[in-house]
Design a protein around this ligand. Structure first.
Ligand code: TXA
Ligand code: MG
Length: 312
């Protein structure tokens, strides 16, 4: 795809979904709403289509993609699912939970999807538009978040356009996403345990007494600097300096408030929109009020720490 191409934005109705399906069939790129963030989808069984995702995002090719499926049956054609994985999928799918599982021999996936790993990340999303699209096409969809690599994830079609205009074929616009933070990622281990690679909307607590996983960079999205708005971010701020765009929470009002009532779910849904507003403002810095570490607050603070980390 060259920068000269035109990116169309269409409403995510029946016609829009049909158009998206045709573009995907011939190997194109479509930004699709999910219940977490907008994803940048391509057919996962086609090497050229998948290569376009990496090119459009400027994503390093060692960072594997999540494969979106209709459900457990389609997932089992790609991954070996132990019974513990089937139980979890039955409980949480369709929904914002990604499972990293052993790649099945003969799985019809472009090798770049898994970046050469012996595992594959699968998720069955619950957004009705993504579900309709997955049912329409005869292949699973590889889809990272629809933003340039390292920058803030998109929760609205406008965010996708700001970041990828001219680099992708189509955006299906269905308004704001619901959860606002990327899926929880759990990796299955051969000893039968699970490691949380990324906290997210599905609250995963390890059984008491289980040691936390050793810190290793297994999901490269977990690199220290990510979700970066392109200016310094200061966390746990009680009040802003004059040079700072202030992202408030509860009674800490600010230029953008994550949730005036202190509701963490609402704060998660609004986080990236506030970071996008902070990035676009004429203030050179961003400050963020303290966010409680309970429930989805853990995932919010995880993204904020990465947004604040110095860029390498
Ligand atoms: O909510 C979401 O998960 C969104 C929507 C679009 O589904 N997608 C998303 O994709 O956040 P992305 O590419 O931005 O993040 C995927 C993460 C990356 O950190 C990647 O390294 C990790 O998943 N990942 C993918 N395959 C993996 C594997 N086989 N082993 C370990 N980590 C993997
Ligand atoms: Mg991402």
């Amino acid at each position: 795809m060259s920068g000269k191409n035109v990116t169309e934005v269409v409403s995510a109705n029946k016609q829009g979904v049909s158009r998206a399906a045709r573009i995907l069939e011939r190997g194109g790129l479509v930004a699709v709403p999910t219940e977490t963030v907008y994803g940048l989808a391509a057919r996962a069984d086609n090497a050229e289509a998948v290569a376009r995702i990496y090119e459009a995002k400027g994503r390093p090719d060692f960072n594997p993609l999540i494969v979106h499926v209709t459900g457990i049956d389609q997932a089992q054609a790609l991954a070996r699912m132990p019974s513990a994985a089937i139980d979890l999928a039955r409980r949480e799918w369709p929904g914002p939970l990604t499972l990293v599982l052993p790649l099945r021999d003969g799985a019809r996936l472009a090798p770049a999807v898994t970046a050469g790993l012996p595992t594959v990340a699968v998720r069955a999303p619950r957004h009705p538009v993504m579900r309709a699209l997955l049912k329409r096409v005869a292949f699973p969809l590889a889809a990272p978040s629809a933003n340039r690599s390292g920058f803030i994830s998109p929760t609205r079609a406008e965010h996708v356009l700001e970041s990828l205009d001219g680099r992708i074929d189509l955006i299906l616009d269905a308004g704001e996403t619901e959860a606002g933070l990327e899926s929880t990622i759990l990796a299955w281990r051969a000893d039968g345990s699970w490691d949380e690679l990324r906290p997210g909307p599905v609250d995963w607590a390890k059984p008491a007494g289980t040691p936390r996983a050793a810190r290793r960079v297994e999901a490269p999205g977990q690199l220290a600097s990510h979700y970066a708005p392109g200016k310094p971010v200061r966390l746990d701020a009680d009040r802003p300096e004059p040079s700072e765009f202030f992202i408030g929470f509860a009674a800490e009002h600010g230029d953008c408030n994550l949730s005036p009532t202190g509701d963490l779910k609402e704060a998660a849904a609004r986080l990236y929109d506030c970071l996008h507003k902070g990035a676009a403002s004429d203030k050179p810095c961003i400050a963020v009020a303290p966010i409680p570490q309970s429930g989805i607050g853990r995932a919010i603070n995880d993204r904020l720490r990465r947004a604040a980390a110095p860029r390498e």
